[in-house]
Design a protein around this ligand. Structure first.
Ligand code: FES
Length: 187
């Protein structure tokens, strides 16, 4: 093997390393614009909060809004539906926790702590995603007159509490507030 032969690979290694370094610098310079694109733009931020006009909902009616890619059920409950929900003993509930993002995380699943609260107890606002495997339950349906998930047969009452079937938790209540008598902001 000649001296020339032994130096050849070394030079090639050097060239390879130098090329590699250029590659790293190049990657760093394109990383920032890429991260910048991942920041939410104004329209995405706007979707973080939605306002829903509920003026058309008479007692017994409901609507489904879309918020952050999920359905949100808003229902104006009848007096009878409220009374039925209030009459249920907490000991009869499969999930005794309110699951209401607007109040303490350990609050009990009373009807008033599931609803929009004092003076607005007829209103209930919930994420429309079954707590079993995420199907969208049907409103005004099921053995308890609330919601029914046909995927595997989960029955929720008129306060959105799981009463029968495989779902483990009550339907979640998202952060929301009435910003006027007829408008709800979610998020
Ligand atoms: S996803 Fe609703 S019962 Fe299974």
């Amino acid at each position: 093997m000649s001296a020339h032969d032994t130096t050849e690979p070394n030079r090639r290694d050097f060239l390879y390393v130098a090329t590699g370094m250029v590659g790293v610098v190049g990657a760093a310079s394109v990383a920032w614009p890429f991260i910048d694109q991942m920041r939410p733009d104004a329209s995405t931020l706007a979707m973080a909060t939605i306002e829903v006009d509920v003026s058309a909902l008479e007692p017994g009616m409901s609507l489904t809004a879309k918020w952050r890619g999920k359905p949100v059920f808003i229902r104006n409950r009848t007096d009878k539906e409220i009374e039925e929900a209030k009459a249920v003993a907490l000991t009869d509930l499969k999930d005794p926790v309110a699951r209401n993002a607007n109040i303490a995380s350990d609050a009990a699943a009373t009807d008033s702590d599931r609803s929009a609260g004092e003076g607005k107890e007829n209103w209930i606002v919930m994420i429309g995603s079954c707590t079993h495997l995420g199907c969208v339950p049907l409103g005004q349906a099921g053995d308890f007159g609330g919601w029914f998930c046909p995927c595997h047969g989960s029955h929720y009452d008129t306060a959105g509490r799981i009463r029968k079937g495989p779902a483990p938790e009550n339907l979640a209540v998202p952060v929301f507030e009435f910003i006027s008598d007829t408008k709800i902001r979610i998020g």
